[in-house]
Design a protein around this ligand. Structure first.
Ligand code: ATP
Ligand code: ZN
Ligand code: MG
Ligand code: MG
Length: 472
């Protein structure tokens, strides 16, 4: 970004989530990630002053908290930069027509002139292009991969069905998505080959906002919203066959689609289970955690599971694989919202009489080494203090971030015959890829979010129980 003035022609719409909007550079491996404001805040004065502080908080949280927790190799915190306001306004105008309708209740920040600059992870390898075929990238938002184990959980259903599977019913009822997905995060995080295969296949059948595929940085598969989806598996297979079957790329039809999709799922699983450090083997689950890793709403055929029992020794996540790392951080949520909410109320009550303690308790950062230190104290004997409450809230919020992040797998095709670093390559029957795995969307979740989470949790459970007539 140094040197010359940026020009809006050089940037294009890339995607957006609930809190930020991303544009990518047409040539370089760079994206700009802008904050968004509710559209009704036409002149968001107060929010505006806070933008640089919020952006710095995001970078600090990524750098000093999530990166050490998730692993050096996986996290790219990026940097805060300032841009000319007229560039930002022109850019906002240019990309407006490409934004999905369901996201237009918020507007891109064209007021502050600050943004985050990050490497474009969808074409991560392409800067050192070694090959004609452009890089592929698979983005997965895996969501929470375990059943709560907290003794504070009182509703029995929460110990049997995972949050994602319950939430599906409410989302379809609210019109957020058209169909229930058969994806269950517990299958993906199981480390069991069959369950992972089923989870990834389900994502390909119903991607929602949990799966996107990019070719050369362009979205070729996935949803912008429920109105605007690229979900044709035959078309996807057409894009991919030149990668997986470079020699006979002319074949097509259902058989071809099936074969290509199978190879794709295989490559994704390999990347998800790969271990950037020396292989130190899988981490054994004890019986208790085995129980927590199965969701009763999962659509994995029972029969496949029964067969899977023989291969249970293979069903653990390799230590230091991206899934293992994310799951460890998610499990910092030891009390569940049921246990955290009363602690939130304790802090709220305390702040009424001592509002200045909000800073002392680090409720809004700073996200520095001290904050990180406070995460390592995992004791859960409540001594009744507000310090204990704050510490548990920190841990819960960090876990929330890990439940909401995305995994980016970048794949660059590589000629099979050439020798290279075996640690970052994946072989399939006919092809070879160099790959890299990163984790993105690692923003801190606001402290106030806890009240919202508590209410939402209640709604999800009530709706699920009513809809499926399950016992609580
Ligand atoms: P959410 O609603 O999931 O919290 P968000 O508003 O925090 O989303 P992000 O998930 O960070 O926003 O970004 C939105 C999308 O932009 C991502 O899903 C991803 O496709 C794309 N994106 C974000 N950062 C990058 C990056 N560094 N390189 C490539 N693409 C990116
Ligand atoms: Zn589930
Ligand atoms: Mg996101
Ligand atoms: Mg986010």
């Amino acid at each position: 970004m140094e040197g010359k003035e940026p020009e809006e022609d050089e940037w294009k719409y890339h995607g957006e989530g609930n809190r930020s909007l991303v544009v990518s550079h047409v040539q370089h491996c760079q994206v700009l990630r802008f904050l968004k404001f509710p559209a009704e805040l036409a002149q968001p004065n107060k929010a505006l002053e806070e933008v640089p502080r919020r952006l710095n908080n995001i970078v600090d949280f990524s750098k000093h908290v999530m990166k050490p927790l998730l692993g050096e190799n996986f996290v790219q915190p990026g940097e805060v930069i300032q841009l000319p306001l007229d560039f930002v306004c022109q850019l906002a105008l240019k990309i407006k027509p490409e934004r999905p309708g369901s996201r237009c209740n918020k507007v891109m920040d064209t007021f502050s002139g600050y943004t985050l600059c990050l490497p474009d992870l969808t074409k991560f390898q392409s800067c050192q292009r070694i090959e004609r075929r452009p890089p592929l990238c698979i983005e997965i938002k895996p969501k929470c991969g375990f059943i709560p184990f907290s003794s504070h959980v009182t509703k029995e259903i929460k110990q049997r069905v995972c949050r994602y599977c319950m939430h599906q019913h409410l989302k379809v009822a609210n019109g957020k998505w058209k169909r229930i997905s058969k994806y269950c995060p517990l299958d993906l995080f199981s480390g069991n080959k069959q369950r992972m295969y089923f989870a990834l296949k389900s994502l390909l059948q119903e991607a929602q906002n949990n799966l996107k595929i990019f070719k050369n940085g362009e979205l070729i598969f996935g949803c912008k919203d429920d109105q605007d989806c690229l979900m044709d598996l035959n078309e996807l297979a057409n894009h991919l066959k030149a990668y997986f079957f470079p020699a006979n790329g002319v074949v097509s039809g259902p058989q071809c689609t099936r074969t290509v999709i199978k190879e794709l799922i295989h490559v994704i699983s390999m990347a998800l289970l790969s271990n950037p450090k020396a292989p130190t083997g899988a981490v054994k689950r004890n019986r208790d955690s085995e129980k927590r890793s199965y969701c009763e709403a999962s659509h994995v055929p029972r029969e496949a599971l029964r067969n899977g029992i023989h291969s249970l020794e293979n069903s653990d996540l390799p230590r230091d694989s991206v899934l293992w790392r994310i799951l460890q951080v998610q499990m910092l949520d030891m009390l569940d919202i049921d246990g955290v909410y009363p602690l939130y109320q304790r802090v709220q009550q305390h702040l009424e009489t001592s509002p200045k303690d909000r800073i002392r308790l680090h409720l809004d950062g700073p996200y520095d080494e001290d904050f990180y230190e406070s995460l390592s104290d995992l004791r859960s004997e409540d001594d009744g203090t507000v310090e204990y409450a704050a510490r548990k809230i920190h841990q819960y919020r960090v876990a929330m971030t890990a439940k909401d992040c995305s995994i980016m797998i970048a794949l660059s095709p590589y000629p099979v015959e050439e020798g290279h670093e075996p640690s970052n390559e994946i072989q399939t029957s006919r092809a070879c890829f160099v790959f890299s795995v990163s984790i993105l969307d690692l923003d801190p979740k606001p402290y106030e979010n806890i009240a919202h989470q508590y209410n939402l949790d209640g709604k999800i459970i009530n709706y699920y129980v009513q809809k499926t007539k399950t016992k609580m």
